[in-house]
Design a protein. Structure first.
Length: 248
């Protein structure tokens, strides 16, 4: 089988380090995607005749700031990805193809194990977000060199409600302070590695990489991304992806 920015002023700012040049992208494609309801993992589905994962990787291949790419894929898919995606599309920046874990956070941790300690920047990106642009990647890296921890996202455009267990509205939240997180999420190497090891030893699982860092008391900046930077999760997303591919 084929396989604008918002900051929390209550948190301290980390020390700025400007001497970092090594930039590694970890592209996480270790899941199967049950909501897609297909026999093939969603990252291998075709978008404009090319696997979604291939589109995603190629955007990082094109980004001038990225020096290395680490792919994290489902168990048993390493050889398929190496031959049918990396080599087929002549992608030169991929240094490792690692197998993922039972949850996304386990997969990211496996990818981080392949990143050398020391100065540098790590981007963590969903393999099913193929509409990220090289420009947004490069700008997020530059900002992360200043802040040390950064998330790409977009401000909420709809009214947001907090709902109780019985599906009754508890509270209307202030939309001005609500952002929808995307990827890449970009961190200084020492920060993200320390955060992930602490989470592992404490048995903590967050909803995204930023939450793993936030719980250490580190301020994470959010930078405006793009409404086109969608994650393809459902059949409807795939239809939208085909439309965006024709438009872009």
């Amino acid at each position: 089988m084929q396989p604008g920015s918002f900051q929390n002023p209550g948190l301290f700012r980390i020390k700025i380090r400007r001497d970092m040049e090594n930039v590694v992208a970890i592209i996480v494609a270790g899941g199967f995607g049950k909501r897609m309801t297909t026999s093939i993992a969603k990252q291998y589905l075709l978008l404009n005749g090319i696997p979604i994962l291939s589109h995603t990787i190629m955007r990082f291949e094109e980004a001038s700031s990225v020096s290395d790419i680490i792919l994290v894929v489902p168990p048993g898919d390493s050889e398929y990805v190496q031959h049918s995606i990396v080599e087929k599309f002549d992608i030169s920046k991929v240094r490792h193809v690692r197998e993922g874990g039972s949850q996304r956070q386990d997969s990211v941790r496996n990818g981080l194990a392949m990143v050398d300690n020391g100065d540098g920047i790590v981007l963590i990106h969903d393999g099913a977000r193929p509409f990220i642009t090289p420009d947004l990647i490069d700008r997020s890296v530059e900002r992360a060199k200043e802040s040390g921890a950064l998330v790409v996202g977009i401000p909420a455009s709809d009214t947001v409600k907090s709902v109780e267990e019985r599906n009754c509205i508890k509270k209307t939240l202030k939309r001005e302070s609500i952002w929808l997180a995307q990827t890449p999420q970009v961190f200084r190497v020492d920060i993200i590695k320390k955060a992930y090891e602490r989470a592992y030893h404490e048995g903590f699982y967050g909803t995204d990489d930023a939450e793993v860092v936030e719980r250490m008391g580190i301020s994470v900046e959010i930078m405006r991304g793009s409404s086109s930077n969608i994650k393809i999760t459902t059949p409807e997303d795939l239809v939208l992806g085909e439309f965006l591919m024709r438009k872009l």
